[in-house]
Write a protein that binds this ligand. Structure first.
Ligand SMILES: C[N+](C)(C)CCCC[C@H](N)C(=O)O
Ligand SMILES: O=C(O)CCC(=O)C(=O)O
Length: 449
């Protein structure tokens, strides 16, 4: 231990309270935030009571961010070492600490953007002084600048080692049984408060879809409803759409043909995140039933039943296009696999499946993949079409459906007569931003950045 750390140790012992006895006020648990947020008078909703918003908690520390009272904070030419009560010791390079200074001169107090010029920081920067206090770890740099890092911030952002465990999402995977008790919220509640929106988006996150009951049967009310989550995404179909089988846009959605289960906009680099359908009218005809499939459950079944097929659909890239309209041919910057996973935690995060929009597959990394792909796609399709997988529901005026287009596949049966549907897309990032800000507190969210 350098002499400096003996100096620090002495300071720590003199600082009151001593760092070891420093116990941070526990951040309120999400459930308690959730609990206080959803004091609703409506009928008991299991999701309200069980703290559904906890499902969105992304990481969790195994221990409280308390600095050890048995070991001392030390530092050398390169880094500061902090021993935690839980028995682990984190180190933070001086360059990293200076670059992450949270003071208003280094991080814009309003925009939360970095102000400090990373590249003006000397590569071998070292602090002139290091001390622990109630407020956290305080570094005094040779130019006189002071950085204070709260202990819970340091614990949360510890990278060597990581102290925050990644929590797999607590999705409720469903099959056809979901028809008995599909997730639903009430229009009035959603329109009345952010608490209503929070429950809505938390259900969309947990189940992959959610109905909204009591929606006035007008395009205007439907548009306002979508905008309670975020602004509507403009595409070559327009923004908010109100459509029927007139081929106004050259896509089979604008016909009365049956559509097999698919995810929309596989031809965009960034497929639409949410999609809402609200049936406004269906007269002088029949059919037009909607089908939903939980793609994450179907993928889990495929992985269990046919790991090779799962691997093939996770690797073979599918070219896609939307070229029916004479003035456009939309294609992603690169073909993507059907099953797309998070690059660091490996979770399945996005399904891209629309066999009708698949373009010519003329580029294969491995020619053996040609038949492997068709076998895997057949296995996938067999699971999607299984009775226990399919959830058929007749959309009704006044009951809008919204779903996660990266998880839930949708389709419809053929129909006759005049059928008018309205709705819109929301970007995935805008939906997740709304979910994140409603599921946590601003303070927790900013601390996590
Ligand atoms: C915009 N509106 C919902 C009316 C039609 C969307 C068509 C989507 C297209 N079949 C696809 O799979 O991406
Ligand atoms: O008409 C419907 O019910 C759904 C149409 C559809 O699948 C789509 O627009 O992607």
């Amino acid at each position: 231990m350098t002499t400096a750390s003996r100096f620090i140790a002495r300071m720590l012992k003199n600082s009151t309270p001593s760092i070891g006895r420093h116990s941070l006020k526990l951040l309120p648990r999400v459930s308690s935030i959730y609990g206080t947020r959803f004091n609703s008078t409506s009928q008991p909703d299991p999701d309200r009571e069980t703290g559904i918003l906890k499902t969105y908690q992304v990481t969790k520390a195994d221990a409280r961010p308390v600095v050890s009272e048995h070991h001392e904070i030390s530092f050398d030419d390169k880094k500061v070492l902090i021993p935690w009560e839980e028995g682990k010791t984190s180190y933070y390079q001086h360059l990293w600490l200076r670059d992450h200074c949270q003071c208003p001169a280094c991080r814009h107090p309003e925009t939360k953007q970095r102000l400090v010029n990373t590249f003006d920081i000397p590569r071998n920067i070292k602090p002139a002084g290091v001390e622990g206090s109630e407020a956290g770890l305080k570094l005094t740099w040779k130019d006189g600048h002071e950085s204070v890092f709260p202990w819970d911030w340091l614990h949360l952002h510890s990278y060597a080692p990581r102290l925050e465990r990644y929590l797999s999402p607590q999705f409720h995977l469903w099959g056809s049984e979901i028809e008995n008790n599909p997730p639903e919220v009430n229009y009035e509640e959603v329109m009345a408060s952010n608490d209503g929106v929070a429950l809505w988006v938390a259900k969309i996150y947990k189940y992959g879809f959610c109905y909204v009951s009591g929606v006035p049967v007008t395009p205007q009310a439907t548009k306002s409803l979508i905008e309670r989550i975020a602004f509507i995404r403009e595409t070559h179909y327009g923004g908010f759409w109100d459509f029927t089988a007139d081929l106004e846009k050259k896509d089979m959605a604008y016909t009365n043909l049956a559509l097999g289960v698919h995810t929309d906009t596989t031809y965009f680099t960034d497929p639409a995140g949410l999609q809402m359908f609200h049936l406004l009218e269906h007269s002088d005809g029949s059919g037009g039933q909607s089908i939903l499939v939980d793609g994450f459950r179907a993928a889990k079944i495929l992985r269990e039943e046919d790991p090779q097929a799962y691997k093939t659909l996770s690797n073979v890239r599918i070219p896609a296009h939307a070229s029916g309209n004479p003035d456009s041919s939309i294609q992603p910057f690169a073909p993507f696999p059907v099953l797309n996973h998070h690059p660091s935690n490996g979770e399945l995060v996005q399904i891209r499946w629309n066999n009708d929009d698949r373009a010519t597959m003329d580029r294969w990394d491995d020619l053996e993949d040609v038949e492997k792909f068709y076998d895997a796609a057949r296995a996938w399709n067999d699971i999607l079409r299984r009775q226990g997988t399919e959830y058929w529901e007749q959309l009704r005026p006044g009951r809008a459906l919204i779903f996660d287009n990266w998880r839930v596949l949708h389709g419809r049966s053929a129909f006759s007569g005049k059928r008018r549907l309205c709705g819109g897309y929301v970007n995935m990032d805008d939906y997740k931003s709304r979910l994140r800000t409603l599921c946590s507190t601003r303070e927790r969210l900013l601390k996590s950045l």
